[in-house]
Design a protein around this ligand. Structure first.
Ligand SMILES: [Zn+2]
Length: 354
């Protein structure tokens, strides 16, 4: 079986106009460079997947018509600011559709059984885009659109989304906050110290969605060990109990210790462990597959070593990356993380068994 990789040079054509914008095309150039260096696309276990554009119907199942039209019109008029950090260029509308459609194509091919799992190397990212608002470099919520696509087109009723970006995926939370058809689990840097300032422990969902929105805020400078403890104590047991029909990973690599935008302290070891675990977990669920979509990540090491390690685990390529551990970290964060995990388990105990 093979791992699909969604990629297209068209993803470079969304060009936020501010010269220093961190969500720049260079991010994907770095990713492509390392994959070429390791001859990943020539590997028999890897299959390149051409993305397609998401249809208006796919997008409107998640976002308001007003947002859809705003992104379309702003791009058509040559670009412009949708908020202080979210800047459209002339082709942004089409490329944002191609990003969402890339994740749809990945899940569709997994469902057809042509590939075992897939990594969608897409931009612009998606997890900050709410039902009604483009924000945080995101226009349309790629992972939410793919989840909704599976719910609608494959008659599913249980999708798990694991969000490992350093920022809270406020958009994904907003879209599925009242739904039990999507279990959203996000580990992120504490909202008190990090954009967008949402993602508190107490935000569990509403109505029938209560208990299906799980936030795990972590202190700045949290290292691999406490991070993986939190994954093992919360994310894995919840997904095991939920028995999703499909797992989606919102993979941001801004948790990497050299990221310029956020302040977590992970090395590639965490990504290796996360993807090894998610792959094993996917085998215990119906359909036995999962799709990873690129979200943030703004350092060379996070994007290159992080993505390469993740793909290596997904496809069993056995690539070992030697990483230099961070010099700046907080030892006390392990104890803090244990306390947060215990508190979260307590909040979740009416809904889940631990
Ligand atoms: Zn991020």
């Amino acid at each position: 079986m093979t791992t699909g990789i969604v990629y297209s040079p068209e993803y470079l054509e969304h060009i936020p106009t501010r010269a220093t914008h961190p969500e720049a095309r260079g991010r994907l150039i770095l990713v492509k460079q390392i994959l070429d260096e390791y001859e990943i696309f020539k590997h028999p276990s890897i299959q390149l997947i051409e993305p397609r554009q998401a249809t208006p119907d796919d997008v409107l199942a998640v976002h308001s018509e007003k947002l859809f039209e705003l992104v379309k019109r702003t791009s058509k008029e040559g670009g412009g600011y949708l908020d202080t950090d979210t800047v459209a260029s002339p082709r942004t509308f089409e490329i944002a559709l191609l990003a969402a459609g890339g994740v749809i194509e990945a899940v569709e091919q997994c469902m057809q059984g042509t590939i075992e799992n897939a990594f969608a190397i897409v931009r612009p990212p998606g997890h900050h885009a709410t039902k009604k608002r483009a924000m945080g470099f995101c226009f349309f919520n790629n992972v939410a659109i793919a989840a909704k696509y599976l719910l609608r087109n494959h008659e599913m009723d249980r999708i798990a989304i694991l969000d490992i970006d350093s920022h809270h995926g406020n958009g994904t939370q907003d879209i599925f906050y009242d739904s039990l058809e999507v279990l959203y689990i996000s580990l992120h840097q504490d909202p008190l110290t990090c954009y967008p300032g949402t993602g508190y422990l107490e935000d569990l969902g509403v109505g029938e969605g209560e208990g299906y929105n799980v936030n795990l805020p972590l202190r700045p400078l949290t290292t691999d060990e406490p991070y993986l403890y939190a994954i093992n104590e919360i994310a894995i047991p919840l997904i095991e109990q939920y028995q999703p029909e499909f797992i989606l990973v919102s993979a941001g690599y801004d948790t990497y210790y050299r990221d310029p935008l956020t302040h977590m302290a992970l090395t590639t070891y965490s990504y290796k462990e996360i993807f090894r675990n998610v792959k094993a977990l996917s085998k215990t669920c119906k359909n036995k597959t999962f799709v990873t979509a690129l979200e943030g990540g703004y350092s060379q090491g996070g994007l290159q070593q992080g993505v390469l390690t993740s793909i290596s685990e997904m496809a069993d390529l056995g690539i070992e990356i030697e990483d230099v551990p961070p010099e700046d970290y907080q030892e006390a964060n392990y104890e803090y993380t244990q306390k947060v995990v215990a508190k979260l388990k307590n909040y979740l105990s009416p809904f889940w068994n631990f």
